[in-house]
Design a protein around this ligand. Structure first.
Ligand code: HAM
Length: 410
């Protein structure tokens, strides 16, 4: 007996219904906000992620599924979507065709993390990337799309917001932060001790050490005029849009490319894995990847996490008609009626297990069928069928014709 690999999961029909409904809502809201879909490959050259996600990030250091293919190339199953979208924009010169591009994706991602509730090794992200404008209104639009999607799904969330400033601001801040952390090195967990030199910002959102860092220097005090104004104007516009947010100076995010705005959508219903989604502005990424200077902002959400907590609605799509047949000839006729009705776009089903009439009726109820058609030997002889309305329980004999069945169903 085989089982699916640790950290992967099957989505069975009872759950795929919710996935379809979530995907529909995502596509709907993206269309309202004027974002267009892109589909990106499952794997990319490993270097792409080293260069964009960042050499010092946990993702690149520990979590990537990297392999050498038969041609000796180092390839990696994508751990996130942003690098691929940036690559595609540059590869197809999309920024030359349109100065402002708005994309969304629903894609499988792969990270070798320790699996737990809401955390998988293969998971699905819904992400958006808004490319071409440095305006704080764009940060507002991006956050508004994610916020309203989650609200419409009945999820109670708030936004954690921070600014990481520009390169110069961060350099100054990191200098101060390193001094602060080195002074407290003995109190930090073993991972964070190592992070002080390699990636000191990450110490700020370490779950183990967060309690020890109450008086950590506030990055807001290191922001230059432009970055501070960007943050303040964004906060103002979020308030005007009635988006519930909280400024969190410890929010740094786990990817290297962010500048200025970073944010996370958080829900208390998720427990330890409380981030439903996160994102931010990445104004330097295009340049760092060899492209022109193009500002951008985006986010991604874990769809497994959304499914875990979204308000579940009516489950099964009901059938319009279930056909019960008794005897071989009736089964043949029932099967052909089924085929005719399906060609007319009618959702219908019949029994294929030669069950008793009683069992077939039970099945029709289980499938929440609105109507049932009963075909037995007697009925065939009379050239009539029994048509039953499962809602009222009323049944009557009708003439044996496709048109008559369709007339009643419609
Ligand atoms: P991220 O924070 O690494 O950002 O991932 C975004 C979301 O993906 C997380 O908040 C979480 O819901 C989900 N996620 C991450 N890892 C897992 C996992 N192992 N299992 C289940 N869900 C997971 C990014 O990926 C950036 N590319 C977001 C972005 C887009 N920034 C700018 N544009």
């Amino acid at each position: 007996m085989f089982e699916c690999v640790k950290g992967t999961k099957d989505i069975l029909p009872e759950e795929s219904f919710y996935w379809q409904s979530l995907e529909r809502k995502i596509r709907e809201i993206c269309s309202i906000y004027n974002y267009e879909e892109v589909r990106i490959p499952t794997f990319e050259r490993t270097e792409l992620f080293n260069k964009s996600t960042g050499e010092e990030t946990e993702i690149v250091q520990k979590q990537m599924y990297t392999f050498i293919d038969k041609g000796g190339r180092s390839l990696t199953l994508k751990p996130e979507g942003t690098p691929s979208v940036v690559r595609a924009v540059l590869q197809y010169s999309l920024h030359k065709k349109s100065m402002h591009n708005k994309f969304y994706y629903i894609e499988r991602m792969f990270r070798q993390e320790k699996p737990q509730k809401g955390r998988f090794r293969e998971f699905t992200q819904f992400g958006i990337e808004n490319i071409g404008s440095g305006s704080y209104f764009i940060d507002g639009e991006v956050i508004s799309l994610g916020y309203n999607l989650l609200k419409n799904l009945g999820i109670d969330i708030y936004v954690r917001l921070n600014s990481l400033g520009c390169d110069e601001d961060r350099k100054k801040y990191i200098e101060k932060l390193k001094i602060y952390l080195n002074d407290r090195k003995n109190e930090l967990c073993s991972d964070c001790k190592e992070r002080i030199e390699r990636n000191p910002l990450r110490v700020l959102d370490c779950k183990i050490d967060s309690g020890n860092l109450k008086d950590v220097p506030d990055i807001k005090e290191f922001l230059c005029g432009g970055c501070l104004e960007h943050l303040e104007k964004l906060m103002e516009i979020l308030k005007s849009m009635n988006i519930f947010f909280e400024l969190d100076r410890k929010l740094v995010r786990g990817l290297d490319y962010y500048t200025r705005t970073v944010f996370e959508f958080t829900s208390s219903s998720l427990g330890a894995q409380d981030a439903i989604g996160g994102g931010g502005r990445y104004d330097n990424l295009f340049k760092n990847m060899g492209g022109p200077d193009i500002p951008a902002c985006g986010f991604a959400m874990g769809m497994e996490r959304i499914i875990l907590i979204m308000k579940k609605e009516e489950k099964k799509e009901p059938l319009l008609l279930y056909i019960c047949t008794i005897g071989e000839e009736a089964e043949r006729i029932g099967f052909l009626i089924l085929d005719e009705l399906r060609k007319e776009g009618i959702r219908c089903e019949k029994d294929f297990l030669k069950r008793t009439l009683k069992a077939q009726m039970r099945e029709a109820e289980k499938m929440k069928s609105k109507y049932v058609l009963i075909i037995g030997e007697e009925e065939i002889k009379k050239g009539r069928l029994i048509f039953k309305d499962m809602g009222t329980g009323e049944q009557e004999e009708i003439t044996f014709s496709k048109e008559e069945i369709i007339r009643r169903l419609k």
